[in-house]
Design a protein around this ligand. Structure first.
Ligand SMILES: Cc1cc2nc3c(=O)[nH]c(=O)nc-3n(C[C@H](O)[C@H](O)[C@H](O)COP(=O)(O)O)c2cc1C
Length: 378
């Protein structure tokens, strides 16, 4: 009965979002909308009754979705990916929207203004976004103050990256900057993600190179605490480069791998818009549908190669329960998303969670753990 009512609730919100809300939002500059959502989220999160109302409209809970991974209890597998709540301002609200965890950031050693505007565009036909923020954030010190002493109602991942500036381009300065962010934030939240894959960073992605990554992880190990560390991968690595990265991280007590970040490859066949038609420049990275298959294939590859040793977080183009389930069957234990929520509406999180249970049941599984990686060897 309750399950049926929740389904109807989600269908109604979805209809409303598609027919009225999305057409209005999509006429406005995407960064403005992003900023408005953060402000609204921050306000709703401060008031208990507003959180309860949000939960009434969006949350879906079911014990069968619970998982305990690397010592962290997740109420459901769907998380908000890094990049939406860059400055950790929405952590109080996000569980009411239906998420099972949130990754805040990416946060860098120094505050960073990011690129000149415009720096965010919609690829409506391809159902993606072009992101060229370039690690805009308040910096690790200010954000640490915001998080210190707070009690969270869901697991918090903290994504750290290298400050986007000329000053951090050399390997040594880059490592120092990561270390500053790590040292400042390592005792807050539940896990830390080392983002080595920002497509917009000054000087490229030096730490996707196995040798440099090895040095970065060695230095992090020297000051490491017991909290889990995840690595966020780019979706565009060749198998050879990916093998080298996997070979490196096995020596460094890495707990999880997030697959994947934005794609830099603008020749991606899933991107149908042409620069000459849209005027959207070929800068930054692309999210959403163009990353979906790339990330799922990468999950399969890593799961198989590492015999399911890591918590794999499937991220990229998850719009529906089917998309999430595909990634779980490929080897993901958790899922993260941003673009799916923007295109489908905020009820998508509840819909995906409820739909996942239906898909698991259809295949005769009682829990997520039974489905993880079963397609990896196909
Ligand atoms: C607006 C925006 C900002 C992002 N910023 C970050 C970031 O700061 N750090 C990061 O690791 N990933 C960032 N990402 C990448 C997402 O975390 C995610 O990997 C990617 O968008 C693919 O997931 P999706 O298709 O569900 O959006 C950003 C994505 C978007 C859309």
């Amino acid at each position: 009965m309750i399950e049926g009512l929740i389904k109807v609730r989600n269908l109604m919100i979805k209809g409303l979002y598609r027919a009225i809300v999305r057409p209005i939002l999509f006429r406005i500059d995407p960064e403005k909308i992003h900023d408005i959502f953060i402000k609204v989220g921050k306000t709703l999160g401060k008031v208990t009754i507003l959180k309860a109302i949000t939960a009434f409209f969006f949350q879906y809970r079911n014990e069968k979705l619970h998982q305990e991974l690397v010592g962290i209890k997740f109420e459901n597998p769907i998380g908000l990916a890094a990049g939406f709540d860059k400055n950790a301002e929405m952590t109080d609200l996000i569980r009411s929207v239906g998420f099972g965890h949130i990754e805040v950031g990416s946060i860098t050693g120094e505050p960073c203004k990011g690129n000149e505007k415009p720096r965010l565009w919609r690829l409506k036909k391809s159902k993606g976004l072009v992101v060229w923020y370039a690690l805009k954030n308040d910096g690790c010190k200010r954000i640490a103050k915001r998080l210190e002493g707070k009690k969270f109602n869901l697991p918090i991942g903290i994504s750290i990256a290298k400050t986007n500036s000329e000053a951090t381009v050399t390997k040594e300065e880059g490592i120092k900057d990561y270390l500053k962010a790590y040292r400042t934030l390592k005792d807050l939240g539940d896990y830390i993600t080392i983002n080595i894959s920002c497509p917009n960073a000054y000087g490229g992605q030096p730490f996707t190179n196995a040798k440099d990554l090895d040095q970065l992880l060695m230095r992090i190990n020297e000051i490491r605490n017991k909290k889990p560390i995840f690595i966020k991968m780019p979706p565009d690595l060749s198998h050879k480069d990916l093998d080298e990265v996997l070979d490196t991280i096995k020596y460094h007590r890495i707990d999880g791998i997030i697959c994947a970040n934005l794609t830099k490859d603008r020749k991606n066949k899933k991107i149908s818009e042409k620069v000459k038609d849209t005027g959207i420049p070929e800068v930054g990275g692309v999210s959403g549908q163009p990353v979906r298959e790339l990330s799922t294939e990468m999950i399969k590859y890593i799961y198989k190669k590492t015999n399911g040793k890591y918590v794999i977080v499937g991220c990229g183009g998850v719009f529906t329960a089917k998309d999430a389930y595909e990634k779980i069957r490929a080897g993901a234990t958790l899922i993260q998303l941003i673009t799916g929520m923007i295109y489908q509406g905020p009820q998508a999180i509840g819909e995906i969670n409820q739909g996942l249970l239906r898909l698991l049941e259809k295949d005769g599984f009682k829990r997520i753990s039974q489905a993880i990686g079963i397609d990896a060897n196909k």
